[in-house]
Design a protein around this ligand. Structure first.
Ligand SMILES: O=C(O)c1ccccc1NCC(=O)[C@H](O)[C@H](O)COP(=O)(O)O
Length: 270
């Protein structure tokens, strides 16, 4: 069994334990304030958008164990916004990442930028649940879903006014994401089956991301050099977790990342 299979097994068990009647979760989702446009926030459709950052609230990871004792996720999210984050990612998976929907609620109550509900989506119920808790963007992982699920889950998210970050790790998965109509395509340089991080994976795949889709480099940002590397290889946005939760100054580090990444983008586009 791979790490990803093991995580998904736990996600399914936790979901059964908290599942509300379908009509209840649907009415909660429909009662939520309208979703914010994450595609626009990530520079979708702009010729020279400058580097965008999706800043993650990440307490723990299977690869690194506990990362940070985040006492107040909403205060951290406010720091991220002050540093110029375009989207906040809130990990809600409980067993392996120590996340929760309570973290998502707390962040939603305090910041106004689009929120990514970062979880391992394997059931339509989680999409209704994301919207009910104020998320604007959901994660779909190509390695975890078949083509019919990628298409059907994307359609439901769009019906609810949300965007989808469709995560890939191979050329074939990018083709599947494109076929599912993805407008925000992430390349996770972390292989979710082995947990190996290979930063060269993004550059090898970036050219395959269709024009018009926002290209997101996910994982492995340790500092400004990695930001510059991804931006020079075609990333329009980065998803950053560990580096931001470990630093004493998330606001300052985010500004450094945005400045360095935007300069590298400008050089690439010149
Ligand atoms: O982070 C992990 O160890 C991990 C393991 C298994 C599945 C997913 C995992 N992480 C999810 C992510 O994609 C990252 O949280 C995100 O891209 C940020 O990565 P980083 O900046 O390297 O913390």
């Amino acid at each position: 069994m791979t790490v990803l299979d093991d995580i998904i097994e736990g996600v399914r068990e936790d979901l059964q334990a908290r599942r509300l009647p379908q009509r209840d979760i649907e009415s909660a989702a429909r009662a939520a304030a309208p979703a914010r446009d994450a595609w626009l926030a990530l520079g979708g459709g702009e010729a020279d958008p400058g580097l965008r950052v999706i800043a993650e609230i990440k307490r723990r990871s299977p690869s690194k164990g506990d990362l940070a004792g985040i006492v107040d996720p909403a205060a951290l999210a406010e720091e991220y916004v002050a540093g110029g984050a375009s989207v906040i990612s809130v990990l809600t998976e409980q067993r392996r990442f120590k996340g929760s929907l309570a973290d998502l609620d707390a962040v939603r109550a305090r910041v106004d930028v689009p929120l990514l509900r970062k979880d391992f989506t394997v059931d339509e119920y989680q999409i209704w649940e994301a919207r009910a808790h104020g998320a604007d963007l959901i994660l779909l992982i190509a390695a975890a879903l078949d083509d019919a699920q990628l298409k059907g889950f994307s359609e439901l998210a769009h019906e609810l006014g949300m965007n989808v970050l469709l995560e890939t790790h191979t050329r074939e998965e990018i083709d599947r994401a494109a076929a599912a109509g993805a407008r925000i395509i992430g390349v996770n340089v972390r292989n979710l089956k082995t947990l190996d991080v290979d930063r060269s994976v993004f550059g090898g795949l970036a050219a395959s991301i269709p024009a018009g889709a926002v290209a997101v480099a996910e994982s492995g940002v340790r500092g400004v050099e990695d930001v510059t590397h991804y931006a020079s290889q075609g990333a329009q946005a980065l998803l950053v977790g560990e580096a931001l939760v470990r630093t004493e100054d998330p606001r300052g580090l985010l500004r450094e990342f945005r400045d360095a990444g935007s300069a590298a983008m400008a050089t690439r586009l010149a």
